[in-house]
Design a protein around this ligand. Sequence first.
Ligand code: PEP
Ligand code: MN
Length: 349
Amino acid sequence: MLIVMEHGATQDQVNRVVRTIEELGYQARPMPGAQRTAVGLVGNDGRVDSSRLSALPGVKEIIHVTQPYKQVSREWKQETTRVTLPGGLVIGGDEVVVIAGPCSVESEVQLITAARQVRAAGASILRGGAFKPRTSPYAFQGLGLKGLELLAKAREETGLLIVTEAMDIEGVDAVAEHADIIQIGARNMQNFSLLKHAGRVGKPVLLKRGMAATITELLLSAEYLLAEGNHQVILCERGIRGFDPATRNVLDLTAIPVVQSLSHLPIIADPSHGTGRRDKVIPMARAAVASGADGIMVEVHPEPDRALSDGDQSLYPHQFTELMRQVEMIAEAIGRKIAQPLMTPIRQK
Ligand code: PEP
Ligand code: MN
């Protein structure tokens, strides 16, 4: 439930709404906005007596959020959320952010080479898995903590920010310590205890859509993060399971405008996992930017033929340079720009 205040409502009137919500036994989330000030009532179990709130001075109207997800919805918050990263890079603003790098962190040479290559082509965030969710237990599982240290080193050397996946609760803490964004992968989208933990660590979270998840399920998973107090959430469309082996997944680009109408959270697209095939990545990256995605995430490897995971969908560095050239034109055509990488590396503890 959302209590919308009148245009000229005073701070005292807002405080009184907050106090009343707390007296009723719920949590209050005041939200000063550009267009309106509202106070969200969190934890509504259907027994809230809204007449106690609508009668308070300064209250304009009560909005009952109709969606099953609440804080994630556009009914709850009208302005698109801007996730602000170290150095001021924003996901969810006018600029389209490009995240690129190998599927897995494999070695120092591989990662630093990849980081320099994607940085030179204009990416602003480096991706690379240290903890890898692999279908087979015999496949390369990632370098673990060593991989996180290499990612931190790559950030120091290139100025790229870092996103990497956490697969379990201990992993969330380790990733939060080293990276700028915690990735929750498709396979863990509905790992609710993991989501609750990630909601408490105070770092932005990139939440990937499960491979058989509806958009409502994706948004309800995001709600777990917001319900724990983490509002710095970026969604990611990465393809859903289809019936046609022509591609690894079906990249559902309709999810971009659908999510944008239902939710204020920024959403990016991953054309690499979305297609599984290198030669399909550039066209779908173009389409993702054209669809209005706030960013793209692309796998790039210095030597894809030697990659320990997802080589078939990893771009050669020169292809990534070409991708950047093309998506810059698409961004411009829809009145956006590609975000520039930070000029100087951010030194972290
Ligand atoms: C990844 O981005 O490294 C990954 C494993 O993707 P997904 O969770 O979408 O399969
Ligand atoms: Mn991958």
